[in-house]
Design a protein around this ligand. Structure first.
Ligand SMILES: [Zn+2]
Length: 397
C-alpha cells in the first residue's frame, strides 16, 4: 500500500482528535436549542426610582415601540430592569450621613414614572424584570461614604440620585464592595433582601418577579437560590457569571459560563444578552441588525442591552437611533419576532416545536455558526483543515 493512501485516515484521526479535545464546549453548543425564527428583544436596565424625567422618556419609548410591528403584528418589546429604591438624600444629609434612608418607587413623587411603566406594560411593549431593590448594597455605600467625599455627596444629594453616577464597583448589589477586593455578603442577609425586594416588586406590579438581572452582572449561587424561592424562573446573563469585584474594582471571580437554555443550580433557565447598543456611547444603529443577523445564523435570540441613560442623557439621538435600528432589523429579517424573555425561556424550556428546531440540517448549520466563539477552536480548526468542512456547513470562517 502506498503511503499517500493513508492520508485520509490520518486526516480523519487528526480531526477526531481536535473534536475530542474540544468535546465539552462543542457538545454544549449542540445541546443549546436552535430557534426557528429570528428573535429580537431590547433589554433596558435601571428604570424605576430616580429622576422624574424618566416618565417622559418611558412614554416616548412606549409610543416608539408600538410603532414597530413584526410580521405577526406584535409590537416591539423592551424589558425594564427595575430598581425599586434610591437614597433619600435629604434625610441622609439630616443624619450627617450616619443613617441610610430610602425613597421607594411607591413614593408619591414617582407617580408619573410608575404610571408610565404600567401604561407601557398594559400596551404590551414593556416587560418588567427584577434588577434590585436598589442598584447597590446600602451598607456598602454607607461605609464607602465615610472615606469618600464623592460617595457622601451622592448619598446626600437633594434630587433623587442617578445610580449611574456611583463608582462602578459600588453599583453591584450582591457583594460588599465598600473596600476592594469585594467580600461576599452573609447568605442570610442576601436571602432576606431578595425576599423583601420580591415582595416590593409584587406590590408594584401585581405579580412576583419571574425574570431577574443582577446589577452589573455580579451575583452567585446564594442569590440564585433566593431568587428561586421568590419565584424567579429566568436569569438574564452576559454568558458568564462574575461573583466579586477585584482589587481594581472590575467584575471578577468568574465561576460559570452559560449558554441559552442551560439551568442554574437552583433550576432557573439562563438567557444570554450579549449585543450592546448604547447610542449615547456612539453605537450606530446598524449594530442591532448586525447582531441580529449573527445570532440568527447561530439559531439564537438577539438580546440587546441598552441602558436608560441613553434616553435621559443623549435622548434625541438615542430615540432616533433605536427607531432606525428596529426598522433596519425588520427590513433585514422580515421573519423577525418580538417576544419577552419569559416567553422565550418558556418556549426553550418546553422545546416548543413552534420555536425550537428539531431538524438535523438547520441544527448542524447553527452549531457550526457557534463554534467560532470557542477560545482557540477557530485557530486549531484552521491549522488542522477541519475548518473546511465546517465552513461548507456554514460555520467557522
Ligand atoms: Zn443596572
Amino acid at each position: 500500500m502506498e503511503v499517500w493512501m493513508l492520508l485520509p485516515a490520518l486526516v480523519g484521526l487528526l480531526w477526531a482528535g481536535v473534536l475530542l479535545a474540544f468535546a465539552a464546549p462543542l457538545a454544549a453548543r449542540w445541546r443549546e436549542p436552535v430557534l426557528k425564527h429570528p428573535v429580537l428583544i431590547i433589554e433596558s436596565d435601571d428604570w424605576g426610582a430616580g429622576a422624574v424625567a424618566q416618565a417622559t422618556a418611558l412614554r416616548r419609548l412606549a409610543a416608539l415601540l408600538q410603532g414597530v410591528r413584526d410580521a405577526q403584528g406584535r409590537s416591539a418589546v423592551m424589558t425594564l430592569g427595575v430598581v425599586l429604591e434610591v437614597p433619600d438624600g435629604a434625610r441622609i444629609a439630616a443624619s450627617g450621613c450616619a443613617e441610610y434612608h430610602a425613597l421607594t418607587l411607591a413614593d408619591v413623587r414617582f407617580d408619573g414614572v410608575r404610571q408610565a411603566m404600567l401604561e407601557g406594560m398594559q400596551a404590551g411593549v414593556f416587560a418588567p424584570q427584577l434588577h434590585g431593590q436598589c442598584h447597590y448594597w446600602p451598607a456598602a455605600v454607607m461605609a464607602a461614604a465615610q472615606t469618600d467625599g464623592m460617595v457622601r455627596g451622592w448619598l446626600a444629594a437633594a434630587e433623587p440620585a442617578a445610580t449611574e453616577d456611583l463608582p462602578s464597583h459600588l453599583q453591584s448589589r450582591w457583594v460588599d464592595a465598600a473596600r476592594l477586593p469585594s467580600r461576599a455578603l452573609p447568605a442570610a442577609a442576601v436571602q432576606a433582601a431578595v425576599a423583601d425586594e420580591a415582595q416590593a416588586y409584587q406590590a408594584m406590579f401585581g405579580e412576583a418577579p419571574q425574570v431577574a438581572v443582577a446589577t452589573t452582572f455580579v451575583w452567585d449561587d446564594v442569590v440564585e437560590a433566593a431568587w428561586r424561592a421568590a419565584g424567579v424562573e429566568v436569569i438574564i446573563t452576559p454568558g458568564r457569571r462574575a461573583t466579586c469585584r477585584d482589587a481594581t474594582g472590575k467584575p471578577a471571580c468568574v465561576d460559570a459560563a452559560m449558554l441559552n437554555g442551560e439551568r442554574s443550580g437552583a433550576g432557573q433557565i439562563y438567557l444570554v444578552r450579549d449585543v450592546y447598543f448604547e447610542p449615547a456611547l456612539g453605537h450606530a444603529a446598524q449594530r442591532l441588525a448586525q447582531g441580529l443577523r449573527q445570532r440568527t445564523r447561530q439559531g439564537r435570540a438577539c438580546l440587546v442591552e441598552t441602558h436608560r441613560f441613553n434616553f435621559l442623557r443623549a435622548a434625541e439621538a438615542s430615540f432616533a437611533a433605536l427607531d432606525t435600528a428596529l426598522h433596519q432589523a425588520l427590513q433585514a429579517s422580515p421573519d423577525l419576532r418580538f417576544m419577552t424573555p419569559l416567553q422565550l425561556a418558556q418556549a426553550i424550556g418546553a422545546r416548543d416545536p413552534g420555536w425550537v428546531e428539531s431538524r438535523m440540517l438547520p441544527r448542524l448549520r447553527a452549531w457550526c455558526a457557534r463554534l467560532d466563539e470557542i477560545p482557540r477552536f477557530r485557530r486549531v480548526a484552521r491549522l488542522s483543515g477541519l475548518a473546511l468542512p465546517l465552513r461548507l456547513l456554514g460555520g467557522v470562517s
